[in-house]
Design a protein around this ligand. Structure first.
Ligand SMILES: O=C(O)CCC(=O)C(=O)O
Ligand SMILES: [Fe+2]
Length: 307
């Protein structure tokens, strides 16, 4: 039986309800006219020095042809002050990632809402010859147990993360457009994604790709000789997925490096498997010691390809 390949919906940015409905149904959509070419060009200028200075990744997480601009929101004023705070992004996060609960505080019932926060902002540029990533769910980092929702339809609240990816160039099947399986956000954790089920989310400059943390996707292969495919990614997660006490701002590098390895680990100065807590793609203790990213490989051996 032929595999039924789903399609991705393309929706104007003014149709916020349409966008939210598409994301609930398919786990993703492409927003038309999210931004304009002049803003994209500004972000290109702000990120280019960092992309050009980046070096190949040594592990399996990214092909060696990929270049990154980590700390994108810190480095690009345009990304931070225009896209990160865009009302459409806020509206999507409010529907899919913010969390509201009520409970009693003594005799009074209190209701609290924790708003989504940006968990990573990064530009990913796939260079000529870059191989495709493996299909994955970004929320693997947050250890989400996905129930099978293929029969019930999407239950709001089952995702803890979502992503907004804005292309710096027109993305095509040839230059590494993101691969994705619309509808796979509904799959239970034990279902394996197949490349034959995936579509390419080809985008024009000005578009934005939105996907839930539970959607299977991957950076595509760049089969061109001379095109660099950059995409600026803003990823948001539940605002409470962090420590209650922010001691990272309270202790000096020198103090932290003098602590025992067991204490450093217990206080969160190592990574949570697989990918949580790095600085510029360097684990925190190595970062504090000044170890450069090029000296390191994958964060977690469990990510290596099984042979
Ligand atoms: O580059 C892309 O299109 C997607 C990258 C991605 O999925 C990732 O690095 O997690
Ligand atoms: Fe991803």
């Amino acid at each position: 039986m032929a595999i039924k390949v789903p399609t991705v919906q393309r929706i104007e940015r003014s149709d916020v309800d349409g966008i939210i409905n598409a994301i609930a149904k398919d786990g993703c959509c492409i927003v038309k006219n999210f931004t304009d070419a002049a803003t994209v060009a500004q972000v290109e200028a702000e990120t280019r020095p960092y992309l050009d200075a980046d070096v190949p990744w040594k592990g399996d997480l990214f092909p060696p042809e990929t270049r990154r601009c980590a700390n994108l929101a810190g480095r690009s004023e345009t990304v931070r002050e225009k896209w990160l705070v865009d009302p459409l992004i806020r509206a999507c996060n409010a529907r899919f990632v913010d969390k509201t609960t009520s409970n009693f505080y003594g005799e009074t019932k209190h209701t609290y809402t924790s708003e989504a926060v940006c968990t990573i902002a990064v530009t990913l540029e796939i260079g000529p010859g870059g191989k495709a990533q493996r299909l994955h769910r970004d929320d693997k980092n947050y250890h989400v147990d996905h129930p099978d929702q293929t029969k019930t339809g999407y239950q709001f609240g089952t995702d803890v993360e979502m992503a907004f990816m804005i292309p710096g160039v027109k993305t095509t099947v040839e230059n590494g457009a993101t691969l994705a399986i619309p509808g796979s956000h509904l799959w239970g954790s034990d279902r394996e994604p197949k490349v034959e089920e995936a579509i390419y989310a080809e985008m024009d400059v000005g578009d934005c790709w939105i996907m839930l943390g539970g959607l299977y996707h991957a950076g595509g292969a760049n089969r061109t000789r001379d095109q660099r495919r950059n995409v600026h990614g803003l990823f948001f997660a539940r605002g409470f997925l962090r420590q209650e006490e922010n001691i990272y701002l309270a202790n000096s590098a020198e103090d932290v490096l003098s602590w025992s390895p067991a204490a450093q680990k217990a206080l969160g100065y190592t990574l949570s498997s697989p990918n949580i807590g790095f600085v510029g793609f360097v684990p925190p203790l190595q970062y504090l010691r000044g170890v450069p990213a090029e000296a390191l490989g994958d964060f977690d051996p469990s990510q290596e390809k099984q042979t």
